[in-house]
Design a protein around this ligand. Structure first.
Ligand SMILES: O=C(O)CCC(=O)C(=O)O
Length: 310
């Protein structure tokens, strides 16, 4: 889900914090405005009191951690096949010297049901499937709510961004990043700096902090709680909003002593979907498109291969 930007030192600065938005606030207009402002100024924020049970998030983290703690031979049961052109499956020691990255990961689709391939969902621990299915339904509800607020923030109907992303064909892709402790923090990054290719990402992480965002020429350490959901605006929403929402550069460092684990869920178009600046934003006198439209798979291919993008 990423492309690399320049890697420099591994140190981030610790302030200011990314915006934190309390979704339990009864004043929905205020919440919506905060989401829009954070997406314009930061491209990342954390939502708390979001209605997803803390216990479910704890179980999601538990079953994911248990999977990564299994013997290698058991994890290989859901390995990404060597000849696969798709992203789903487990990959270990995904070492990328050029990008200075080292992380094990598992990818599998969560939604829509027609795109879910249980072959890549761990059978062990046995609760893995039930927990992830329940989490998927919460992810869909939360992502759709945020997309509604962001659509209205563009002066459009609340369905505009979801429809622009592909409506009911929109896909939810779970990734688990497993970063073992790393004694030499300057040598290796967990995931190098990048902006997400997709529309919006909803991420939870365990207690080992390590997510940094690039703002005002600095890498900033983000602070978050293990039950808050970090929302990251990706390239698709940057382009669909014709530049109003920011797709944030971010990266993951590794902890010296602790294992860091994160669970981003990427909300994205299906590969054949064509997307670009929403038509309502580029009509009228001042409405020139700032970006070209792309078939999502072509955009992905070009970005992952460092090709130019208009
Ligand atoms: O681990 C994190 O906090 C960020 C992960 C990430 O950016 C990615 O997997 O694309």
């Amino acid at each position: 889900m990423e492309t690399t930007m320049e890697i420099n030192t591994n140190q981030g600065i610790s302030s200011p914090d990314i915006p934190v938005i309390d979704l339990s606030n009864q004043d929905e207009k205020l919440v919506a405005r905060a989401v829009v402002k954070a997406s314009e100024e930061w491209g990342i924020f954390q939502v708390v009191n979001h209605g997803i049970p803390t216990e479910l998030i704890r179980r999601l983290q538990e079953v994911g951690s248990q999977f990564f703690e299994l013997p290698e031979s058991e994890k290989q049961a859901v390995a990404k096949p060597e000849d696969s052109m798709d992203i789903e499956g487990y990959m270990t020691k995904y070492e990328d010297v050029a990008r200075n990255a080292w992380v094990d990961h598992l990818f599998h689709r969560l939604w829509p049901p027609s795109k879910v391939n249980y072959r890549f969902w761990p059978k062990n621990p046995p609760e893995y499937r039930e927990v992830n299915e329940e989490y998927a339904s919460h992810m869909k509800k939360l992502a759709e709510k945020i997309m509604e607020w962001l659509s209205e923030g563009l002066g459009l109907q609340r369905e505009a961004l979801k429809e622009g992303l592909g409506g009911e064909t929109v896909e939810y892709l779970m990734k688990i990043n497993y970063y073992p402790p790393c004694p030499d923090m300057d040598l290796v990054l967990g995931v190098p700096g990048h902006s997400d290719i997709n529309g919006i990402t909803l991420l939870v992480a365990n207690e080992a902090l390590g997510l940094q965002v690039f703002k005002d020429d600095h890498w900033i350490d983000t602070k978050y709680t293990t039950s808050g959901i970090i929302v990251i605006i990706g390239d698709q929403f940057l382009r669909m909003s014709n530049g109003k929402y920011k797709s944030v550069q971010h990266r993951a460092t590794r902890d010296k002593e602790k294992t860091r684990i994160s669970w981003p869920v990427f909300v994205e178009s299906n590969l054949d979907h064509v997307y670009g600046p929403l038509p309502e934003l580029i009509s009228g006198e001042d409405g020139a498109p700032k970006f070209k439209s792309y078939v999502y798979k072509d955009y992905k291919f070009r970005k992952l291969n460092w090709l130019t993008l208009d």
